[in-house]
Design a protein around this ligand. Structure first.
Ligand code: NAD
Length: 373
């Protein structure tokens, strides 16, 4: 009896912490310690064993549904080290020349593309043609044209395309989305997104137009673009933008240092955002409604995310973002589960259309109309 009472008490606490989830899912969390219900595992090959690939691999050790079973890398020494660290058999290891052969490997369901931005398109399309589901890091591609080609290739190959938007599964973020959806914040008229950090080594690929496709906007400003959409809950219909550059040596032509941009939404809301590679401690979201407000700071770092609303501090528990993301993506791919905030290729494509429009607004000094729906 006691254990049943404890279970029900814990369940009630979970309902408060994760109000968007069904009671069945919450019961499963309490019983299994996971947000994800049982089912077949998603067996993933990580492509690009750099700093973020390593973070994802470490986080996947705690996954219930996703499993790291393969790697794709151009560096033989990294393959050897990952093999022993993550117990990956030699038959599941590929390089960039031979990885199309992954199509004959029944032990890999999905390829997670974690290479520099300019390589996402080619890598994702090759994985799709090999019949594997694709998870691709943000930004999904360099521009909307490339993004559309990726969406089309995955559709043609009948595989899913997901984008590594880890914040879409973050509990405090989802609580704000719930409050906004249920009208607790009233009519939304303003969002502010500040996304930036002071970038170091001037020789890195993030500061090379050919590999990064741009500058801070592609890398970090995209969090404010994406955040504005899921916080306001609408698709923007216009963009204005202004660029400032204080260090043209470090930030060469085509590599943006700082861009301020504004997004207009059909319901009348406006987003005012800053994207920069020159300022530290810029990771803040603020959403204002007629009945309340919500703020997150830090809003998109690896966490713990902190935030409050007009009702008080947000207390949802911290979970390693990449662990929960990969478990949820396993459920999306294997069970057809719907994410509360979508992470599919169309979602990535909309952000790319906004990025294209922001660069156009910077270049022309004019307001650019958007048609995302
Ligand atoms: P990184 O430089 O640490 O790793 C990139 C990897 O790609 C390296 O292992 C490198 O060897 C490999 N690579 C393959 N071909 C290459 C080539 N031609 N030139 C250079 N490198 C090549 O970069 P990272 O920080 O791991 O970023 C990789 C991707 O992940 C980027 O798209 C980035 O935006 C994304 N990312 C996402 C998050 C997130 O929180 N979602 C965080 C960091 C990075």
């Amino acid at each position: 009896m006691n254990s049943r009472r404890n279970f029900l008490q814990k369940l009630a606490a979970s309902v408060a912490a994760f109000p968007l989830l069904s009671v069945e899912t919450l019961a499963s969390i309490e019983q299994t310690g996971s947000l994800v219900q049982d089912g077949p595992p998603l067996r993933v090959a990580i492509m690009g064993l750099g700093s973020y690939g390593t973070r994802v691999a470490e986080a996947m050790k705690d996954c219930k549904r996703a499993r790291l079973t393969g790697v794709v890398s151009g560096t033989p020494a990294k393959i050897t080290s990952w093999q022993s660290k993550y117990n990956i058999p030699a038959k599941n290891c590929y390089n960039y020349e031979n990885f199309d052969r992954i199509k004959d490997n029944p032990d890999i369901d999905a390829v997670y593309v974690i290479t520099p931005n300019a390589l996402h398109r080619e890598h994702a399309i090759r994985a799709a043609k090999a019949g594997k589901h694709v998870i691709c890091e943000k930004p999904m591609a360099l521009n909307a044209k490339e993004g559309q080609e990726m969406v089309d290739a995955c559709k043609k190959a009948n595989v899913k395309l997901l984008v590594g938007y880890r914040m879409h599964f973050e509990p405090k973020t989802l609580e704000i989305v719930r409050m906004r959806k249920e009208g607790e914040l009233g009519k939304i008229l303003f969002f502010q997104g500040l996304s930036g950090f002071a970038i170091g080594d001037p020789g890195q690929w993030r500061l090379t137009k050919e590999l990064a496709g741009g500058g801070a906007l592609m890398d970090i400003g995209i969090y404010s673009i994406n955040g504005a959409r899921y916080m306001v809950g609408e698709e923007p219909v216009w963009v204005t933008a202004q660029e400032t550059k204080t260090d043209p040596q470090k930030f060469k032509p085509g590599v943006d240092e700082t861009i301020q941009f504004q997004l207009g939404f059909p319901g009348g809301a406006v987003a005012s955002c800053l994207s920069t590679y020159s300022m530290n401690n810029l990771d803040r979201f603020f959403l204002n409604g007629s009945k309340g407000f919500a703020e997150l700071q830090p809003a998109t770092g690896y966490g713990p995310i902190k935030g409050r609303t007009n009702k008080g501090e947000l207390t949802q528990p911290h979970m390693t973002h990449q662990t929960i993301q990969m478990d949820e993506m396993a459920a999306i791919i294997m069970d057809g589960k719907q994410a509360v905030v979508p992470v599919d290729g169309e979602e990535g494509l909309r952000d790319l259309k906004i990025i294209d429009a922001i660069y156009k607004a910077v270049a022309t000094g004019k307001k650019v109309e958007l048609k995302l729906l």
